[in-house]
Design a protein around this ligand. Sequence first.
Ligand code: GTP
Ligand code: MG
Length: 259
Amino acid sequence: MANSRYEYVKSFEAHDALLPSTWIVIRIDGCHFHRFSDVHEFEKPNDENALKLMNSCALAMFEQFPDIVFAYGVSDEYSFVLKKSSKFYERRSSKILSLSVSFFSSTYVMKWKDYFPEKSLQCTPYFDGRVICYPSQEILRDYLSWRQVDCHINNQYNTCFWMLVDSGKSKREAQDILKGTQTSEKNELLYEKFGINYNMIPAIFRKGSCIYREMVDEIVKYNEAGTPIRRPRKKVVLDHCDIIGPEFWNEHPTILLDK
Ligand code: GTP
Ligand code: MG
């Protein structure tokens, strides 16, 4: 087919293929969610339904994009790891990012009523996103650890802050009390002032959320004698576990195994 004389404009398009043989991480983050959470009166410091809605959107991403092998979410953000050998959209950065952000945002709106049946959406939830390539498992795991450490630091601080405010301190006083305190001091404050054992706070708040696939033996049918016939199947799992130490990765060696 003859090219039109206008087709040369395509040569202006940037080639944005991501580095081959690297782990692709897409991180999506809610835009101005400080305001969004106020407008919709999210519970402080953690709104379980808001977090479950984020998890539900992330699970939908897993269904939609098979190259995603792991996801980690906290607060208004979610990170998705695509396998190293992924050829998704020829690894074109703008395609991968725009698809992910638009799919996630639309799913958030679509599922809103399932998690907040009593509240209508008052403003548009929208997300920014970035794509990062990590060359080794070690650096990829450091990336995920960084996000989980952030989850811990923010959650512990916010838990103390809102307990102090609820007990009658002003926001300024609460800030001053917490200024410069270490992890152990915050735990002591929670325990001594409010009788809260930090480790008893739900894991979804303390650890964030992880999504991955796991091999499970599923009953596929029963034979004539009524004996169940099992076959190994990959199942998507949502958990709130530690991903900083080696235990999780030792127990799930296939997640980052890229053939
Ligand atoms: P940008 O991402 O820069 O647009 O700003 P942001 O306002 O979204 O802030 P950021 O992403 O740094 O942090 C997320 C914010 O969302 C938190 O500071 C909270 O204000 C709000 N948020 C997220 N999850 C919850 C929740 O479960 N409960 C409440 N009350 N607020 C939440
Ligand atoms: Mg945000």
